[in-house]
Design a protein around this ligand. Structure first.
Ligand code: FES
Length: 564
């Protein structure tokens, strides 16, 4: 057996030396040989599932990662983690497991990496929650590790017209309103997501992939090639190979995930008009990294960051288009040159972000149609705003990129779950000027804070996206468009003011002023508060009940905390 190499401390303690013979015996059974002992042992954690296209192919990338690890003098062993496919769960009771799966993923990686004494790992994600779950595990375990996205799908086409999965949801809304025929809906359904890979627009998966580069946790350029691109194999190999120096030099995720890295990621989130889920996941990741990064930071960054990325759902283009003009590195370089991000932060390349960007070769092609210069933005401020006010004392988020409306005052229509709200839209029982208040769907209340895409897409499809608003303690899909306020905190089940809203109350949303207010006299709210009866829990046993008992507020990223 060889001597212990740098970066192999955990595995050597477990597998080297005469007394570890029983542990080693199991390594011989799976094809390792004595020369492997003493080399760094790396996990290749792959979120893989045939439940849908998002992570359908990720297992195929493992071999390339392992080859890269081998060439870096490491031994790689693969392990799975779970996937809850958001699009397939959307609008059903299954969606309650989506955010929950983020915690299950982080916990499952911790259990496997620590239990088997891996020195570090490569994490491969795809669908929405797999990405923050894996990055949270990296921060929590804090052993040298790199993240890699499995890539998004190609868009679909009917003639020259481009389609993504978001269109299918909106065509359902249009069909229900009699604005699209069954034939048209079925035609869109068949073409919208034509390959494996995650959703093609800048929904949550692609948002988190861009953030993985902005945080410094992934190799530059690795987020934008599609799942079908041959560059996926190359990035897989390079990612495996890049773990070697991180192990050798003991560069750990928390050396990278400093406060400034979170500011950079938040700037990219705001500049890109990415998914509001990015807010929740950045807060959760900061918690795991032990960094104090709050909604106030996000609010401040949002106010001064120009929105410059023209991607769906708010804009026109998809990840494949962004890839052609330079992907995340282009966005990062423009933001760095404009003085909006900090180039001194460390990345998994072992170099600063500024240095890595300097060495990265961008294609010399026009990009203004997709990525505008910060001096000529689509909007002067960020694509997501943080709101506070009497309806959300602890905060709420709105995707300003997804709507042209900045101020909306309307009359509340209150629903205690998503389904009755969807039914009301479906029946046409929603009027212009209404604010749909969907509550008891927060992290604890639902439990699991499901996304309301069915309702928001039905509103958009019915042509009500700019005349009916929605306010919820649940979440939105990254594909959502319209005047949609989510993550209202405290949530209804925790006694937040959203529990006090009644039909007909006036609700004010002012994204410029950053306000979300319930225009009802305090004395009346006090009366309602004293009459408020707690709702029985929606989940009495199993994973959701456990989660409900441990989960924190959306304003803290809905992380689970040990009960004290
Ligand atoms: Fe998986 Fe969109 S549903 S990435």
């Amino acid at each position: 057996m060889s001597g212990t190499r740098k970066g192999a401390a955990y595995s050597s303690e477990r597998y080297a030396g005469i007394l570890n013979a029983p542990h080693r015996a199991f390594l011989w059974s799976i094809g390792l040989d004595p020369s492997d002992i003493g080399k760094p042992l790396a996990g290749v954690v792959v979120a893989w599932s045939e439940s849908g296209p998002c992570n359908f192919h990720t297992l195929n990338l493992v071999g390339y990662v392992k080859q890269g690890l081998r060439d870096a003098g490491c031994v790689g062993l693969a392990m799975p983690t779970i996937v809850v496919n958001d699009n397939i769960s959307m609008g059903t009771a299954g969606m309650r497991y989506s955010l929950v799966s983020r915690e299950v993923i982080a916990d499952s990686v911790e259990a496997q990496i620590v239990a088997h004494a891996y020195d570090g790992f490569v994490a491969i994600g795809g669908c929405d929650k797999t990405q923050p779950g894996l990055m949270m595990a990296m921060a929590r375990i804090n052993r040298p590790s790199i993240y890699m996205y499995g890539g998004s799908a190609e868009p679909g086409f009917i003639g020259e017209k481009k389609f993504t999965i978001e269109d299918v949801h909106e065509y359902v809304g249009a069909y229900l309103k009699g604005k699209a025929s069954e034939q048209e809906l079925l035609q869109v359904e068949m073409v919208a997501h034509p390959t494996y890979g995650a959703c093609a627009g800048l929904f949550t998966a692609n948002t988190m992939a861009l953030l993985s580069e902005a945080l410094g946790l992934a190799l530059l350029g690795s987020s934008s090639p599609t799942a079908t691109s041959s560059r996926r194999a190359i990035f897989s190999y390079e990612t495996g190979k890049a773990l070697g120096p991180l192990l050798e030099n003991d560069i750990k995720p928390r050396d990278i995930l400093k406060y400034e890295a979170f500011r950079n990621a938040a700037t990219v989130l705001m500049a890109s008009g990415g998914s509001t889920n990015g807010i929740l996941h950045l807060l959760a990741l900061a918690h795991e990294a032990g960094v104090k990064f709050t909604l106030d930071d996000l609010d401040e960054i949002s106010r001064k960051t120009p929105y410059i990325l023209n991607m769906r759902p708010a804009g026109e283009y998809v990840m494949l288009d962004l890839d052609r003009v330079g992907g995340a590195p282009l966005l990062l370089r423009l933001l760095l040159e404009a003085g909006l991000i900090d180039g001194d932060v460390l990345t998994v390349s072992g170099k600063s972000l500024a240095q890595s960007l300097k060495e990265y070769r961008l294609p010399d092609v026009p990009h203004d149609h997709i990525v505008r210069h910060p001096s000529n933005p689509i909007k002067k401020t960020g694509g997501i705003r943080i709101l506070r006010g009497s309806l959300a004392p602890d905060g709420a988020v709105v995707k300003t990129a997804a709507t042209g409306v900045t101020r909306f005052e309307g009359s509340a229509r209150v629903f205690d779950d998503e389904e009755p709200a969807f039914e009301a839209v479906r029946r046409g029982d929603v009027d212009e000027g209404n604010v749909l208040v969907i509550r008891y769907v927060g992290p604890k209340g639902a439990p699991g804070m499901p996304e309301m895409l069915r309702v928001t897409a039905a509103l958009s499809g019915a042509g009500l996206g700019e005349t009916v608003a929605m306010v919820t303690d649940g979440r939105f899909s990254g594909a959502t468009r319209g005047i949609m306020v989510g993550h209202v905190a405290p949530e209804a089940v925790a006694g937040g003011p959203i529990a006090l809203v009644e039909d007909g109350d006036r609700v004010l949303i002012d994204t410029e002023a950053g306000r979300l207010d319930l225009l009802v006299a305090e004395s009346e709210l006090e009366r309602r508060r004293s009459a408020l009866k707690p709702k029985p829990p929606k989940a009495a046993s199993g994973l959701l009940a456990k989660y409900a008992s441990l989960v924190s507020s959306a304003s803290m990223g809905a992380v689970t905390l040990p009960r004290t």
